[in-house]
Write a protein that binds this ligand. Sequence first.
Ligand code: NAD
Ligand code: UFG
Length: 374
Amino acid sequence: MRTKIGQSGMVEVDGPPSSPRRRRRPRLRSVVVTGGAGYIGSHTVLQLLLGGYKVAVIDNLDNSAAIAINRVRELAGDHGPNLTFHQMDLRDKPALEGLFASTKFGAVIHFAGLKAVGESVKKPMMYYDNNLIGTIILLEVMAAHGCKKLVFSSSATVYGWPKVVPCTEEFPIAAANPYGRSKLFIEEICRDIYQSDNEWKIILLRYFNPVGAHPSGYIGEDPRGIPNNLMPFVQQVAVGRRPALTVFGTDYSTEDGTGVRDYIHVVDLADGHIAALNKLSDASIGCEVYNLGTGKGTSVLEMVAAFEKASGKKIPLIYAGRRPGDVEIVYASTEKAERELNWKAKYGIEEMCRDQWNWANKNPYGYEPQDHTT
Ligand code: NAD
Ligand code: UFG
């Protein structure tokens, strides 16, 4: 008996052609996605639904809006009913226990966490409480219910200021702030858990710089307050919410003096999670790390030029000094993910900027009907 994804995106189970009674109802794989209302989570939930998964999203909506879930459901069409939303905080252990007791889940993709580097420096305990305690409680509940397959959102931030690029998964890891340390600690916790109980199968995905939006322009990134990251800021300048982009640092040892990063389309990143989920079924997998990037470095000025081309909008620039804690050049080695996950990013910066602009143009205030920026 073989399974395949049918045209409808549902998982079909093949029986002998002459015996229709052997055809079974599709058995959907059931996955929990923590932080599934957020930027990367919402795009991943959509790809999961379209791939025939049944998805239970857990999110406290601390940095997201329920409307994102509704839009994912709509985009998923016939697969929309396979999405359930559970507004809860990961640290609410009884609530989490209730969910895991009610359904047998095959795996968890764990996005939920706080992610603003500057805020983490000012409020380290808030970051340790949310990111570490939330993860520990999740892992405890998963183990108690025999769900021992995990994909975790780590970050290229754990490479710090790399001595050389591209960054391979074997590079030493370090953290420069409490946010980065929370990622590093969780990676170590996962390695320890696997050492203590090798029934666990864990994939740690180190994301580089996710940008862009779903090509429909219906879901995308909607940061609260002043955006910390480059492309959300650029998009807010383009729609007239902010007067100019401040370029942090023009004296780096790069071609045009601005910082270089590995920008990756969020849909490619989402697909990387499906590849990781598939890999969790490999008998050989224990606790493994994979970079998710494109392997290409792009400077701030190159990114701004690509966005101006895609949008037809001029982005006024203010040149300023380096942002404390920023690194010069970071991009990924993609070989391990290509080889072992059979995954490779498909989109370049033109598509990233095209889709970022499409989202911004259709939703100038994100999921809000008007400006609530503080
Ligand atoms: P996001 O803020 O849009 O999504 C995170 C979601 O988690 C939000 O919807 C938030 O409400 C939810 N959440 C936070 N704490 C929670 C808790 N205790 N209980 C339940 N829900 C909670 O962020 P994102 O950009 O989608 O990032 C997802 C993950 O990827 C994060 O762990 C982040 O650190 C990591 N990551 C992001 C980037 C990036 O540049 N966006 C880069 C590397 C790694
Ligand atoms: N930049 C500006 N102006 C801005 C914002 C950013 O010039 O207003 C520059 C930065 O100096 C840097 C580049 O744009 O050179 C990218 O900055 P981002 O803040 O978009 O991204 P970072 O690489 O600094 O950090 C992001 C996340 C981290 C994550 C890391 C790797 O914020 O949490 O990517 O995934 F760890």
